[in-house]
Design a protein around this ligand. Structure first.
Ligand SMILES: Cc1cc2nc3c(=O)[nH]c(=O)nc-3n(C[C@H](O)[C@H](O)[C@H](O)COP(=O)(O)O)c2cc1C
Length: 207
């Protein structure tokens, strides 16, 4: 039976979406792995998105299906992606997770692998806090948290400003959103996806 990995993200300006594609590509590298790329529903009114320029960008990934809470129990691993909002996950992701009370009540996610990647506007605007604060929710669900080990050499890259930490892959969008995920950040994202798929596979088929 294939290992099922869900990559579930929210993105307003496309940075987390690009990272999500890299994470999903990494997970796809593992044989016998079924990967679903999904997004959580938008909460911001269309006219607000229009004014901020997000509406046009969001069209580029409008084809990605919406995640459904009841499908989470089908996955062996769930990798969540979110932009930071004041150092925490975005409300769209929070809203999605806050509908998982039923799953929590029956322990439906206990023992599944959970992992997080993110985007911030600035270098010190919540790269690590957004991931580690997200982990609390995963731990309440009894999930097994997987990050990125330092054997992924891009984590130690000091030649450039870069996202990526042992907590998870990340990118920096820039204050005006003009910076795109760098090759180093995308490579860390790919490694995270691959690692999650590998560990989930081992947990699902220990022998
Ligand atoms: C309401 C709001 C709060 C934000 N808070 C932060 C923050 O605390 N730190 C930071 O670096 N960037 C912050 N940002 C910038 C976003 O994180 C940035 O736009 C996002 O990472 C881009 O990812 P996306 O293109 O996938 O939406 C904030 C943006 C908004 C709209």
């Amino acid at each position: 039976m294939a290992t099922k990995v869900h990559v579930i993200f929210y993105s307003m300006y496309g940075h987390v979406y690009r990272m999500a594609e890299a994470v999903a590509a990494g997970a796809c590298e593992l044989p016998a792995t079924e990967v679903a790329l999904l997004q959580v529903p938008e909460l911001v009114p269309a006219e607000v998105l229009e004014r901020s320029g997000a509406q046009a960008v969001r069209q580029t990934f409008a084809h990605v299906p919406l995640a459904r809470v009841e499908h989470l129990a089908d996955a062996d691993a769930i990798i969540f992606g979110t932009p930071t909002r004041f150092g925490n996950m975005a409300a769209q992701m929070r809203n999605f997770l806050d509908q998982t009370g039923g799953l929590w009540a029956r322990g439906a996610l206990v023992g599944k692998v959970g992992s997080v990647f993110i985007s911030t506007g600035t270098q010190h605007g919540g790269q690590e806090t957004t991931i580690t604060s997200f982990h609390s929710t995963l731990l309440h669900h009894g999930m097994i948290i997987v990050g990125v080990p330092y054997t992924v050499v891009g984590l130690s890259n000091m030649q450039e400003i870069t996202g990526g930490s042992p907590y998870g892959a990340s990118t920096l969008a820039g204050s005006d959103g003009s910076r795109l995920p760098s090759p180093n950040e995308l490579e860390i994202a790919r490694c995270q996806g691959r690692r999650v798929a590998e560990i989930a596979g081992r947990l699902a088929r220990p022998h």
